[in-house]
Design a protein around this ligand. Structure first.
Ligand code: PMV
Length: 290
């Protein structure tokens, strides 16, 4: 049997991370970065992603591929070789991009089958993720996602964002567990914060331009900070971006490390330069890619 190929896109959550776990909407866009895989049946499972320094024959990545194959009714083991342009472990949907690419290469018939199979792989990596990453990795574009309604695309043109990497490791399942604990220890306050984060996502979907969206990003970062999800490094990245002219900046994804996004039409290079001058990795990327 010959090798087959598939692709999946990275994503960025503009507004609504963590809130989306509790049924609130999140606003997110696919990145013009992703993963392309080549998959072939093999006597022993293997996953190789040179860009992520990954070359394994057991562990989470191998178990995720097996879960995707099982969801699609495929038997046997597979060797996966992936070319990745999205960075890993930064909250940019790299694992979902990999899972979607593999689901497609293994013959998922359509977007719905791709999402279902890829979500089985994501559960190996992240426990019980909301599904926002696989929706964007599969469908591309920009839209509102909620656990109840799935992905609702927004007919908006793609736009540039600046992404800065803190270099701090990130653990989505642990941060989601932190928020769950806060919902037990201080339920009213935590639900108020999550509710406002979800409302910001809806407001963001209706924002007309960067002047409207920017303050919503700043406010979301404050709320995520109140949930204990920021770090001094993430705060510093946001402060540098604002000082360099961003309309808004926030952590994106689970927090506790990972990436910051900044919205700064016409000032993208200045933001990236400010971050790089401070030793951070920064790049400019189109969001809303299909
Ligand atoms: O894993 P990340 O960093 O892309 O973030 C996931 C977003 C959360 O809302 C925190 C979790 C989820 O399952 O949606």
């Amino acid at each position: 049997m010959t090798a087959t190929v598939g692709t999946g896109l990275g994503k960025v959550i503009l507004l609504g991370e963590h809130a989306v776990v509790y049924g609130h909407p999140a606003l997110a866009g696919a990145l013009a970065l992703g993963v392309r895989v080549r998959v072939e049946p093999a006597p022993q499972p293997r996953v190789v992603v040179p860009a992520w320094g990954l070359a394994v024959d057991d562990g989470a990545a191998v178990a995720a591929i097996a879960a995707i194959a099982a969801a699609l009714g495929r038997t046997g083991s597979f060797a996966v070789h992936a070319d990745a342009t999205v960075p890993s472990r930064a909250g940019l949907g790299s694992s979902a991009a990999l899972c979607v690419a593999v689901a497609r290469a293994l013959g998922a018939a359509d977007d719905a089958a791709t999402e279902a199979a890829a979500q089985a792989g994501e559960q190996v990596f992240h426990g019980n993720p909301s599904g926002i990453d696989v929706a964007l990795a599969t469908r591309g574009g920009l839209g509102l996602f909620s656990r109840g309604s799935g992905f609702t695309p927004l007919a908006l043109p793609s736009f540039a964002l600046v992404i800065g990497l803190s270099g701090e490791p990130r653990d989505t399942a642990a941060r989601v567990a932190d928020v769950a604990r806060q919902r037990t220890s201080r339920p009213a306050e935590t639900d108020r914060l999550l509710g406002e984060l979800g409302a910001l996502a809806v407001a963001g979907a209706g924002a007309h331009d960067a002047t409207g969206l920017g303050p919503l990003l700043d406010r979301a970062h404050e709320l995520l900070a109140q949930l204990g999800l920021t770090t001094p490094t993430l705060d510093r990245l946001c402060a540098l971006a604002r000082a360099a002219g961003a309309h808004g900046a926030k952590l994106t994804g689970a927090g506790g490390g990972g990436a910051v996004l900044a919205l700064a039409p016409g000032r993208e290079e200045a933001i990236a330069a400010a971050w790089r001058a401070d030793g951070f990795t920064a790049f400019i990327v189109d969001v809303g890619a299909a």
